[in-house]
Design a protein around this ligand. Sequence first.
Ligand code: ZN
Ligand code: ZN
Length: 257
Amino acid sequence: MHYKKIELCTKGNKTVNQSEVQELLRHFLFVLNCNGQILSDYKVILQNNYALYVTTPKQDSLSEKYDSPYVKKARKKITELFAVCVEDCGIDTQSQSYCNCKNRSAIEMQTAEYDTDSVFTCCDCGKPVALYELPLLKDSEDYCRIQTWQHNYADTDRLWMNGLFDRFTGNQRVNFDSALNKLGRKIADEMSENLGCPVYYHLASDYGKKVKLQEVGNEKLHVCPKCGKIMKRMEISEKYKIDVCAECRLSYDVDKD
Ligand SMILES: [Zn+2]
Ligand SMILES: [Zn+2]
């Protein structure tokens, strides 16, 4: 949402080892991304000083109060070497505006190729939820596991979309029990337990091959692939409607035809 430039000016006349600094900056950006404080398309530019160009979900995402232990450690090393100056560059139109709801009744977990925003979407306002606002998964000190799943999903989606359309990538996206979807559902279920509200795991549709629809009144509702019951339509906004199974916590986009 917010595009920022983080300029680093060497403190006093300290000399720094360039390759060590570049490794430190790479690590700093990686752990910031793992914690959801920046999105994954960041850049390091060297002119007179180092400048880090990042997209943050919210205006205050770089605030120390959200730091994971890894970010804290890297930030300390950076501030020992550099004076840090953050500048707002405007709105990154490739990224969405983020959820500010006080309470959320449900969340949907979904992503797609080239989508670098949070995988969690608030079902009350339809906007993505910043990862660092959510509880941590078991044995984790940041959201790295969720980011890894996001990258794997995007890569599979891209491979399928870029013309392979093969059985393997198709199956990974559509079958609720595929290795990719199992991993995602495990994350969604754990998040749901931690939050105390449903986290629906979004499934891709294959437009009628395996994914079933049933006509109810003048609507075509999805049939849950896990329990076989007819799903319920949830209207998040006029443009954003999903079919959900409350029991199995699965969701589909509503067919646009
Ligand atoms: Zn919201
Ligand atoms: Zn079900």
